[in-house]
Ligand binder design. Structure first.
Ligand code: ATP
Length: 258
């Protein structure tokens, strides 16, 4: 299938809380092979849309589909099983597991392999654990984290933890990777490392969506950017197009968030 066929799409997405519409009939297409940014001022609705895509929220109206197949009604776990995975704004690693074991959870989660089986002292369990370890080590190596595999998360700086989260998200070779503020809490050099990593991850078959406040990151890595305000899209285009858009300058780039 080509990139257009593999898109993650939303049509007419509307979401309300207590009668207040926070997403107002959004049509959106996240294409495979591209990194798409989702930006906008605080309260614009970015996280709400993200949560609709991941299945954490159910929009009252509209349809969400991947590769033409409806995702409506599927839980976040069921979506993960279909290759649609997310990272969290706040690092959500298990502190009493090593980095490698944390990433192994991603293998189990995405492939519905038996996590418990992998720890049973049976030949099948041992084989599954070895397979998970290989996959997890591969993802850590791809992100330059092999040396940290046997450390506990507490021993690592925030930038590395963020990359470990991404390793856990990509280890199952997802079709869609949704990144919620991946640069939150990172210093400049950690953010630069992250940008390089995300660029490396861009590949023909992968849909990548990044919700992010760091404008340098968004403008430098995203192929296309949707700009939201008050639950609507006010612009969509390349970084250059978005930067020059008068509405964007007025509502976002010129605001205090900048
Ligand atoms: N669970 C919820 N219950 C009630 N209102 C909510 C809920 N989640 C979001 N909202 C409201 O929806 C609107 C959009 O919020 P959302 O968090 O999606 O914006 P955002 O663009 O992600 O903002 P930020 O950049 O600050 O994270 C806000 O007015 C917010 O108060």
């Amino acid at each position: 299938m080509d990139a257009a066929t593999n898109a993650l799409t939303g049509q007419g997405i509307s979401l309300s809380f207590g009668g207040i519409k926070v997403l107002k009939g959004l049509d959106v297409t996240f294409r495979a092979g591209e990194i798409t940014g989702l930006i906008g001022p605080n309260g614009a609705g970015k996280t709400s849309l993200f949560n609709c895509l991941t299945g954490a929220y159910s929009p009252q109206e509209g349809q969400i589909a991947y590769a033409g197949q409806s995702l409506d009604g599927l839980s976040p776990a069921a979506r993960a099983g279909k290759g649609i995975v997310r990272s969290f704004q706040h690092v959500a690693l298990s502190l009493d597991l090593t980095v490698l074991e944390n990433v192994m959870i991603g293998v189990a989660r995405n492939h519905h392999a038996g996590w418990l089986n992998a720890f049973l002292p049976l030949p099948r369990g041992r084989a599954e654990r070895a397979e998970m370890e290989r996959a997890a080590m591969g993802a850590l190596t791809d992100l330059g984290l092999a040396d940290a595999a046997h450390s506990l998360p507490d021993a690592l700086p925030p930038g590395m933890l963020r990359l470990v989260e991404i390793a856990r998200a990509i280890v199952g070779k997802p079709d869609v990777l949704l990144l919620d503020e991946p640069a939150a809490g990172l210093n400049n050099s950690e953010t630069r490392d992250l940008m390089q990593t995300l660029r490396k991850l861009r590949s023909g078959g992968l849909v990548m969506v990044v919700v992010e406040h760091d404008m340098d990151l968004v403008m430098s890595i995203c192929d296309r950017i949707y700009v939201m305000n008050f639950g609507e899209f006010v612009a969509c285009g390349t970084a250059d197009e978005v930067r020059r858009d008068p509405d964007v300058i007025r509502i976002y780039l010129g605001s205090d968030d900048d």
